[in-house]
Write a protein that binds this ligand. Structure first.
Ligand code: SF4
Ligand code: SF4
Ligand code: FES
Length: 253
């Protein structure tokens, strides 16, 4: 259901775009159309903020940094999960319109704001918390810059927990227990960190039900990650390491 277009009274703007925004709580399916002045270099987050400030003060959405650092502004724009603060309207506008919805695969709180609790619980379930064996008085660990493990960590460490890959993943949509690309990417960076003290425990967690072996390797997470992380490659690495762990332990008995 789409409600009638809203625009500010007495406006003298020349160029406009239409933003079709998902409104409501939970699974409610309701869109409201807003007319928003078109500007050069305008981002999708600018559009949402303009609507909230000029037309719809009760519109719920989330952002903080506006420059692609905090990861809180992710939404679905014309069917694709994106950081709205780094998405220029000119790149995604279709026939003068935007359709803006909350991220997929996470329960909606209200309008464009989703509940990230389960997303972060899965980081914990994947063993995503760093645990070292040394204390602050120990000498600094020596990590060879050119080692394969160091390169694997560097490739995945810039994740900012935005949830875009999680929203893009069809396996998350089918299997609510699947840990998902972000949590598994985090686990991959840890098991390659030579200071990490509980590698075997983390490999056990990521190889249990809903873990890395549920990944279908179709790469939607890679295609959508705004910082260019490749969770599929890390998950493939976890599959190899967990298989080796089983072999080394004599068949997992
Ligand atoms: S891997 Fe990329 S898309 Fe996924 S949460 Fe991290 S930064 Fe976001
Ligand atoms: S490659 Fe794996 S984690 Fe990435 S989107 Fe596909 S199923 Fe999900
Ligand atoms: S508002 Fe921080 S990443 Fe978009």
């Amino acid at each position: 259901m789409t409600e009638a277009t809203q625009s500010p009274a007495g406006s003298t703007e020349d160029a406009w775009l239409v933003a079709r925004v998902s409104r409501g709580k939970g699974d409610e399916k309701r869109f409201v159309e807003y007319r928003v002045p078109a500007r050069s270099n305008q981002t999708v987050l600018d559009v949402v903020t303009w609507i909230q400030r000029r037309l719809e003060p009760a519109l719920a959405y989330r952002f903080a940094c506006r420059v692609g650092v905090c990861g809180s502004c992710a939404m679905t724009v014309n069917g694709r999960p994106r950081w709205t603060c780094r998405t220029h309207v000119s790149k995604v506008l279709e026939d003068g319109a935007l359709t803006i919805e909350p991220l997929r695969n996470l329960p909606r709180i209200k309008d464009l704001a989703v509940d990230m609790t389960r997303f972060f619980e899965k980081w914990r379930d994947a063993g995503g918390k760093f645990e070292g064996a040394k204390d602050r008085t120990a000498p600094l660990a020596r990590v060879e810059p050119d080692s394969a493990a160091r390169k694997a960590v560097d490739a995945g460490i810039e994740c900012i927990n935005c949830g875009v890959c999680y929203a893009a993943c069809d396996v998350v949509a089918w299997d609510r227990d699947y840990l998902g690309p972000a949590a598994l990417n985090r686990a991959w960076t840890l098991v390659n960190d030579e200071r990490f003290a509980v590698t075997a425990e983390t490999l056990r967690k990521v190889s249990s039900s809903g873990g890395c072996h549920s990944c279908h390797s179709h790469g939607s997470c890679v295609e959508h990650c705004p910082v260019g992380i490749n969770p599929t490659a890390g998950i493939a690495g976890l599959k190899r390491k967990t298989m080796l762990q089983v072999l080394w332990s004599g068949g997992g008995e």
